[in-house]
Design a protein. Structure first.
Length: 293
């Protein structure tokens, strides 16, 4: 039996624009997905997983794909996660990375894991940028560009980032949201291209702010990113309510994270407890995390 874990993620800045080749700033969460793999002589691939709505064939397809790529014919996999599935926190990417780690007969290189996890992510999300599984593989905080070639650089925070991660309770389809923005950009490039470019510039600026510890400035960029994403109809009443509650309780900045339209939001805080309490008082799950490296 081999047990492996991989972290979920938050996108601090640059979701959606990253699909168009702009920079994203993403951070691994201190929780994620655990996969236990038990080798078997025969019987094919069996999966015990609370990871997807029952009957979602993509989970099994992804497991079979990962096993096939690693040359594993028979195995029993058990999956546990404390990420909300479809909640914008990278559960599918963490699942793919943890499955690679648990199933691989020998340790796999990051490049190989990247290749296999990307194939699995394509099953879940169609045309992902690759940021979710990249940050799950590398951990920490990264500045990411999809390329080609893919660029992943570690961003070391001068001061720890204190975040409240809040789940709306509503799941969403990343591929549908990505396709909706692509359609807008194609149909009205004069309006939407500058927004996409600005979101990328915010991510670049945010990476510098993380490195210099300019957290108030970073919060301001997050607020602007949320407004821009909302102007592309990627927010939701629940996400806006979380953002408003966080700001009202003193957050430095708050925004949706991930594909939007549901899923999760993040708030950057000096003092996270009152922000988490304000979000919880509106009926949303809120978790405080500290990102220190
Ligand atoms: C999803 O976590 C982030 C998006 O930018 C999609 C992607 O990068 O593949 C919305």
């Amino acid at each position: 039996m081999r047990t492996a874990t991989a972290p979920g993620k938050v996108i601090l800045l640059g979701e959606h624009s990253v699909v168009f080749g702009e920079t994203a700033l993403a951070a691994a969460l201190p929780f994620g997905v655990t996969v236990r793999a038990e080798a078997r002589a025969s019987g094919g691939v069996e999966l015990v997983a609370p990871l997807a709505p029952k009957g979602d064939p993509r989970v099994m397809e992804a497991v079979r794909l990962v096993a096939r790529e690693l040359g594993v014919e028979s195995t029993r996999l058990e999956v546990d996660t404390d990420l909300p599935v479809g909640g914008g926190l990278g559960s599918s990417a963490a699942f793919a990375v943890a499955a690679c780690r648990a199933l691989a007969p020998q340790p796999v290189s990051n490049d190989e894991m990247n290749r296999i996890a990307f194939l699995a992510e394509q099953l879940f999300h169609g045309t992902p940028s690759g940021v979710d599984h990249s940050v799950s593989i590398h951990g920490g905080i990264i500045r990411f560009r999809r390329g080609p070639p893919v660029q992943v650089e570690r961003v070391v925070p001068k001061r720890p980032l204190r975040l409240v991660v809040a789940f709306t309770g509503k799941t969403r389809q990343t591929s549908a949201n990505v396709a909706a923005l692509r359609k807008r950009v194609e149909e009205d490039p004069a309006r939407y291209r500058p927004i996409v470019e600005r979101l990328g510039a915010l991510a670049e600026g945010g990476a510098s702010d993380v490195e210099t510890g300019a957290l108030a400035a970073l919060g301001g960029l997050m607020d602007e990113a949320h407004a821009l994403l909302a102007s592309c109809e990627l927010s939701s009443p629940e996400l806006d309510a979380i953002v408003a509650a966080a700001k009202g309780a003193g957050a430095l900045g708050a925004k949706l994270t991930g594909a939007g339209g549901g899923g999760s939001a993040i708030a950057l805080c000096d003092d996270a407890a009152p922000v988490a309490a304000a979000i919880a008082a509106r009926g949303f799950g809120a978790r405080i995390v500290e990102l220190a490296s």
